[in-house]
Design a protein around this ligand. Structure first.
Ligand code: TRP
Ligand code: SF4
Length: 333
């Protein structure tokens, strides 16, 4: 079993939507064929922004885990776990905090961006500044060879590599430098045309039943210039067409683009076909999900089992880290 190892994580912010599917999960499911995969639900990362309102985190962990299993993350082949079930992440975060210069954290682009975006919260905290350092600990504690992430997370993986170099220089080679496995993230607008997001109320969730998906897509925003059925439209500016790009086969995309430009089809036909393909894509999810949703205990069991396995790996690494940092005080060190 010497498959290269990868790790990625998601914050437990609630039910997952189509953006999570095309931007991460589809890829993660495939990666399970060739990598030793660690999939973490990072509850401490959720606390960095939601410390004042931690109530929903437990429920959100369950939502994410159910959606993961429904999407095809496979506990037989991969390790699915909750970050806080492996407290060694926190120990490593602390030890790394001794060596990381504060300006390295302050210059991470998401630091100031998020503070501005979430201006209703006080994010001048120590924990929030340490967000990417905790992420570094998540990754290197498993000596991950690579990290599949979208573009937005690339600076965090770059920082991880810098911290690894600094650590290895100071204490000897303990950690490999993880590569970034950049995930292509197709544009995924929500029903109002803005980026799909739970907080915008424009999302199609993996948990939505087929009829609900259909109802959500019917009133979806289209090319605003196409007011009447007889007006030709431009698929390039239509959010519905972005979804075709993500879910429909080439023939259907050609049919939609052509029919749109010539006013040969109506927007309802166009959305109808899209919905057919989307529902086809969601078929397995729809068939797997209810079973997990009905049995939260088994889902928690999966996470607990994964946590045990992850913890063994993490403990072994921490032994090495303590030895390298000269804080392993048993006879053998
Ligand atoms: N910061 C990531 C995000 O917001 C989540 C995350 C936490 C993560 N730890 C990680 C991703 C480790 C990859 C590897 O999406
Ligand atoms: Fe959009 Fe399709 Fe309507 Fe064209 S026909 S505007 S692509 S929904």
């Amino acid at each position: 079993m010497s498959r290269p190892r990868i790790l990625s994580g998601m914050r437990p912010t609630g039910p997952l939507h189509l953006g999570h599917l095309t931007g991460a999960l589809d890829n993660w499911v495939r990666l399970q064929d060739s990598y030793d995969c660690y999939w973490a639900i990072v509850d401490w990362h959720a606390l960095t922004t939601d410390y004042a309102n931690p109530g929903p985190i437990a429920e959100n962990i369950l939502e994410v885990a159910i959606d993961w299993l429904a999407a095809g993350l496979d506990p037989e082949r991969a390790t699915l776990f909750v970050q806080s079930d492996v407290p060694e992440h926190a120990e490593l975060h602390l030890l790394l905090s001794m060596v990381v210069p504060v300006p390295w954290l302050e210059r991470v682009p998401s630091y100031k961006e998020q503070q501005q975006q979430l201006s209703d919260r006080d994010l001048s905290t120590y924990g929030f500044l340490g967000y990417p350092l905790l992420q570094t600990a998540d990754i290197v504690i498993y000596k991950a060879d690579a990290v599949p992430v979208g573009e937005d997370q690339a600076p965090h993986i770059e920082l991880t590599r810098e911290i690894v170099r600094r650590f290895n220089n100071l204490y000897g080679p303990v950690f490999p430098e993880p590569k970034t496995l950049l995930t292509e993230t197709p544009r995924m607008p929500g029903t109002d045309g803005r980026k799909m997001s739970k907080s915008y109320g424009n999302a199609v969730f993996l948990k939505d039943a087929p009829e609900e998906v259909r109802q959500k897509l019917k009133p979806m925003v289209t090319d605003p210039a196409r007011k009447r059925r007889t007006d030709p439209g431009n698929p390039e500016v239509c959010p519905v067409f972005d979804l075709h790009e993500a879910f429909s086969p080439p023939e259907t995309r050609a049919w939609a683009a052509d029919g749109c430009r010539t006013a040969g089809i109506g927007c309802l036909d166009c959305k109808g076909r899209l919905t057919d393909h989307l529902l086809e894509r969601m078929k397995e999810i729809h068939s797997r999900r209810p079973e997990y949703a009905r049995r939260p205990d088994t889902v928690w069991d999966v996470l607990r089992e994964g946590g045990k396995r992850a913890r063994e790996t993490a403990r072994a690494t921490m032994d090495e880290v303590r030895a390298a940092m000269k804080i392993r005080y048993d006879a053998s060190s």
